[in-house]
Design a binder for this molecule. Sequence first.
Ligand code: FAD
Ligand code: NAI
Length: 463
Amino acid sequence: MSDYDFDVIVIGAGPGGYVAAIRAAQLGLKTACVESRATLGGTCLNVGCIPSKAMLHASELYDEAASGKLAKLGIKAQVELDLDTMHGQRRDAVKGLTGGIEFLFKKNKVEWLKGHAAFIGKDTIDVAGKSYRARNIVVATGSNVTPLPGVEIDEKVVVSSTGALELAKVPGHLVVIGGGVIGLELGSVWKRLGAKVTVVEFLDQLLPGMDGEVRKEAAKIFKKQGIELKLSTKVTGVTVKGDKASVTVEPAAGGAAETLEADAVLVSIGRRPNTDGLALERAGLTVNKRGQIEVDHDLATAVPGIWAIGDVVPGPMLAHKAEDEGIAVAENIAGLTGIVNHDVIPGVVYTMPEIAGVGLTEEEAKERGEVKVGKFPMLANSRAKTNHEPDGFVKVIADAKTDRVLGVHIIASVAGTMIAQAAQAMEFGATSEDIAYTCHAHPTHSEAIKEAAMAVTGKPIHI
Ligand code: FAD
Ligand code: NAI
């Protein structure tokens, strides 16, 4: 009889870990998943993707009614914000989905080991005072908020994304530190619900890592929406008095300081990997300078039998990247060939309009060689125009010699949905011509991708 308790133990039940555990069980491996949270689903389902999208969706509908956008369509409504109910539907969404993972664990016979896991040795962990031995251990412990030195997060006045999802009333003035994905999504929620929102960003543009033209256009759109942007600005201190905060800022390059009075302050300057309390050293594992566990192409760590996936390893901190790595790691453990194409991972910012990209930015593509770029404005797309969604554009970047698509970047109301076809095209090695000659249904926002692809080597029809 085997002296292993399990073939696979996964540590962490976020989108990386729970997917890895289910796939491993589906492949016939005896599998357990350790989770210290009271519910499964990790950051994404509990305090990330899902609750933020619940608030983004509800606040968008409120804004459409309250700002008079619906009235312009001939829909007159008396609008009143019931924030408690809005929070209630957010909690319901989280409860339904986290409960769904518990159901899937039972269905697939994945055992949930409740508690915090720490390594005892390279194939043994401790959970709540009991030790478990496994042939394979997958570290999928995710990430948490990066603190800002000298600024204490109390989750009441100075909040992380978790507190910002749950504010009991609309703040008069919300100061957001960090103009990245979280700052813009949650800043948008509270702006729509009536807050004044100021985003303080250290760099000279929002959304680092995204295509340069997209970043500039996004800044214009957010300003037009009334979000105040303080770019190239650093926060030098936050003082809390009662239920108010004073945020002192100054130009990043140095200069006169300014104080912003705020009812809430959101700290969203990035996330860092979770490895505290894991006792990695007992397994012979180390972390890199950024606190991440390094893995090879197969998601194997330097220690045989230990694997790592998701936010705790290098790469974009995204749920779908973690999920795909979860499937791949389980397949590799089972002796199959699990692959994640890290060159084709879409990223979406779920503001209105949405901002999405896949592959290389124009700047990155130009560094590697000659490129051709095709662009098409959403203003000239019949569906976007009919829906009164004129902002944004589609940009297709292709290799000048081979015409192979290297990157696609979109600002559009449904950019997050549109980007899927670009990712699929790139996964299949498509050229811009392949996209241009693919029949797209009319009238859809996706036709803008076809027209941007037509613009790479020739001319679009509608502009
Ligand atoms: P996590 O989801 O962080 O899960 C790790 C789990 O491991 C946690 O539940 C933790 O409790 C548990 N754990 C950690 N250490 C231990 C231990 N020692 N023992 C036991 N359990 C442990 N991504 C998107 O793609 N789309 C989005 O729209 C999106 N929105 C987001 C919104 C917000 C506000 C935030 C904060 C993040 C968002 N993300 C989004 C990012 C996404 O949530 C993460 O990329 C994703 O959750 C990473 O998955 P993971 O499995 O690696 O880790
Ligand atoms: P981020 O990395 O997206 O943005 C952080 C921003 O803060 C950057 O613009 C950075 O320049 C700025 N910054 C850093 N230090 C600063 C300082 N001292 N003062 C002012 N600005 C400063 O990180 P964010 O928004 O916290 O999100 C964390 C992660 O969560 C992201 O990596 C993202 O992948 C994931 N996420 C994904 C979402 C999605 O896919 N829609 C939604 C929310 C989060």
